[in-house]
Design a protein around this ligand. Structure first.
Ligand SMILES: C[S@@+](CC[C@H](N)C(=O)[O-])C[C@H]1O[C@@H](n2cnc3c(N)ncnc32)[C@H](O)[C@@H]1O
Length: 271
């Protein structure tokens, strides 16, 4: 199996390179509060939410600010260090370094919601399901997946598809953004209920192909997997040539839209 690239070396630069617009993070937190009903305030259920792959806390910090009883888990300590620095002095987040492809360090029957933003493609669906079943409170819990989507015919999406094809050509299996509905359909067949999907935010972006190539050159691995430097250089050189041929000069600006959607279902309790 291909080794997954670590986010440790990307932590300092992650928000600039791959972060979500601030307005999007705030809207995601609002929608999560709405869907789960978890927040401080009279008459609200005060169950706990676990975020898997919490990263630099762009959404987690907003969930804390909304009064959610929040627990963040991530394999990368440097990513969680950026998260901790983001918090206001009066805010305190419980952040745990752990691998979510192993047993989660969370007591059984203790959670009302599990949230995973832009990470499910790096996780084993069977572990996510069995651990969600184990930690779901007596009345069950929400399992909610967040995903950023790009227009299919945008330059960035086209370059990413080509990068996966070039890696496959080199015999390397890569990890793409993941299709939450495919994972959730499988979970439905294992007992998940009330599957839903809802778009939360949409925004305009301007991309220059050179930006994407430089970002991929500058971070460890490629398409979420570890590859050696020679192979990486070869794939990116071929991608650059393909991009020029297909889209023209690397510094040309291309406009498109991106969006963020939440997909989820109910995990039954009583496991
Ligand atoms: C693309 S980032 C997304 C961060 C954040 N959820 C967001 O949407 O901005 C993926 C995060 O998942 C973490 N991650 C990847 N594999 C993991 C695993 N097996 N267990 C826990 N965290 C993992 C990475 O360290 C990284 O912080």
């Amino acid at each position: 199996m291909t080794a997954i690239a670590s986010f440790d070396g990307q932590a300092a630069d992650f928000d600039r390179r791959a972060g979500l617009p601030a307005r999007c993070s705030a809207l995601v937190a609002d929608r999560l509060v709405e869907i789960t009903g978890l927040a401080s305030g009279v008459g609200r259920d005060r169950g706990r939410l676990l975020e898997i792959g919490a990263g630099t806390g762009q959404i987690g910090a907003q969930l804390l600010a909304a009064g959610i009883d929040y627990l963040g888990l991530d394999r990368s300590r440097p990513m969680l260090e950026v998260f901790a620095r983001r918090l206001a002095p009066q805010q305190h987040a419980r952040l745990i370094v752990a691998d979510a492809n192993e047993r989660w360090p969370v007591p059984a029957r203790s959670l009302a919601a599990v949230f995973l933003s832009r990470v499910v493609h790096l996780l084993d669906p069977v572990v996510v399901w069995s651990e969600s079943r184990r930690v779901a409170g007596p009345g069950g819990c929400w399992l909610i997946i967040g995903r950023r989507g790009r227009e299919r015919d945008s330059v960035r999406a086209g370059m990413r598809r080509q990068m996966h094809a070039l890696l496959a050509d080199e015999g390397v299996g890569s990890r793409s953004g993941g299709e939450p509905h495919r994972m959730l359909r499988a979970m439905e067949s294992w007992g998940g209920q009330s599957r839903f999907a809802t778009e939360v935010a949409r925004w305009a972006v301007v991309h220059r192909p050179r930006q994407a190539l430089e970002a991929w050159r500058g971070k460890p691995g490629l398409a979420g997997v570890q590859v050696d430097d020679a192979l990486k250089a070869r794939v990116l050189d071929r991608l650059e040539a393909w991009t020029c041929e297909r889209y023209g000069p690397l510094d040309r600006e291309h406009r498109s839209e991106e969006h963020y959607a939440l997909h989820g279902l109910r995990v039954p309790g009583g496991a």
